[in-house]
Ligand binder design. Structure first.
Ligand code: SAH
Ligand code: SF4
Length: 411
């Protein structure tokens, strides 16, 4: 687990305590660990622990990998290219468990939202994170979480008001993609004929934009996304994976070299004064440092731009002067701009900008050459904003939760 960076000066400690939270819990591995989400080298080690001799491990990893990530096997007995004895031995040591679904909601626009249950440190007290699938005509995007709660506390974000409970493991990160493919029936059914084109998948893109700050869970995000991008498995190429950060500057260059996916940066303000309030991490890594890190993002080019996210908050950051300042700030950086209508939550002190103002703002941005900048809110009827399904279901009784859970298991 990566602990949040410590404050460097003693005088900074009080301020840092408000900027970053520390995890309350550690991940406790189950007695029978799941093979889902292990990077190849860890999988090879696991197979070794189950008695697979060294000289066979490469081949066995290849076979198990295929069953796990191309065929979506949920039982070792499906792995028919392995001997019965080996399957039994693997089942004795390991499981193929995915995270559990606590609730599933399907929006009228086809958006699906899963509330996912993850084990807690205290038995019987699980945690929950969200995962959302958004189908569009040319792609299907899965939005996944990286932490239970969040290290940070952005003032407009519901997750930011919650405690940081713990980091997700690579298995739990990969588990969200595997689970979405399970629920959508998005696996390759039989062995593909040699030389055949790979079938089109429903989940074609992944965005790490759910709960949590992925660059404060760096190793797990790196290892998990590595498995998701593996071309012989889940095969979602790095160009179709986007990691969103609120601006953890020291880890941005590392993200480029070690993870290599597309980057999105939650900018939301064009002055340090306002950004300090909206994204308090800005007090530690101010705009100038953030923009320097963006300009130096490894692999950045006009074909691989950084997406800058900008939440539209009425009367706060939505003036046309803000739009002009945004263009000046991004000048010279290969960029895309995503204007996100603010999704209000109970108790939030902001309002979403008026639609007319969003249109005017977007026109300024569009006239400067940035295409289709407004991100349409999806799944409004099922509260598809960061952190909101969780708060809605927290109000349900245990019986209602079980009913929801049962509904999630049938289709
Ligand atoms: N922690 C990362 C990724 C998760 S948040 C980050 O901050 O980038 C994903 C995106 O949703 C961010 O751009 C975040 O600022 C935005 N967001 C959070 N709460 C929101 C809300 N209530 N309405 C609209 N966008 C929100
Ligand atoms: Fe965390 Fe992102 Fe929400 Fe900020 S916007 S509190 S970094 S999840």
């Amino acid at each position: 687990m990566t602990a949040p960076l410590a404050a460097t000066q003693p005088g900074d400690i009080a301020a840092a305590a408000q900027i970053e939270k520390r995890p309350l819990e550690r991940y406790v591995a189950p007695a029978k660990p799941s093979l889902v989400g292990l990077p190849r080298d860890a999988l090879a080690e696991a197979l070794g622990a189950a008695g697979v001799p060294e000289r066979q491990r490469r081949m066995r990893v290849q076979q198990v990998w295929h069953w796990l990530y191309v065929r979506g096997a949920q039982d070792f007995d499906e792995m028919t290219t392995l001997s019965k004895d080996l399957r039994a031995e693997l089942a004795h040591h390991f499981s193929l468990a995915r995270p559990e679904i606590a609730a599933e909601q399907v929006s009228v626009d086809g958006t699906r939202k899963w509330l996912i249950q993850l084990p807690g440190e205290v038995p019987g007290r699980p945690h929950e994170v969200e995962c959302v699938y958004i189908p569009e005509s040319d792609r299907g995007t899965l939005c996944i979480s990286s932490q239970v709660g969040c290290t940070l506390n952005c003032s407009f974000c519901h997750t930011g008001t919650q405690r940081l409970v713990r980091n997700l493991t690579p298995g739990e990160i990969v588990g969200q993609v595997v689970l979405a493919r399970d629920r959508l029936g998005d696996w390759q059914r039989g062995a593909a004929p040699a030389g055949a084109e790979p079938e089109k998948r429903l989940v074609s893109n992944v965005v790490m934009m759910g709960m949590g700050e992925p660059l404060y869970n760096f190793e797990a995000a790196r290892d998990g996304l590595g498995v998701v991008a593996d071309g012989e498995g889940l095969s979602i190429s790095k160009r179709r994976i986007t990691l969103s950060t609120s601006g953890v500057v020291p880890n941005i260059a590392r993200a480029g070299t070690e993870i290599g996916v597309m980057l999105a940066v939650s900018l939301h303000a064009v002055t340090d004064e306002l950004r300090n309030e909206l994204v308090p991490l800005n007090r530690k890594y101010p705009l100038r440092e953030l923009m320097d890190a963006c300009r130096n993002y490894p692999g950045l080019s006009n074909a691989r731009r950084i997406t800058f996210e900008y939440v539209m908050l009425k009367g706060v950051n939505d003036s046309l002067a803000d739009a002009q300042a945004l263009l000046r700030l991004l000048k010279g950086t290969p960029a895309k701009i995503n204007l996100i209508p603010f999704n209000p939550w109970p108790g939030s002190k902001y309002e979403c900008s008026d639609w007319e103002q969003i249109e005017k703002f977007s026109e300024v941005v569009f006239n400067a050459g940035y295409a289709s900048p407004v991100r349409t809110p999806r799944g409004r009827d099922i509260l598809a904003a960061c952190g909101q399904l969780k708060s809605a279901t927290e109000k349900l009784s245990a019986r209602e939760r079980l009913a929801l859970r049962a509904m999630a298991m049938t289709d």
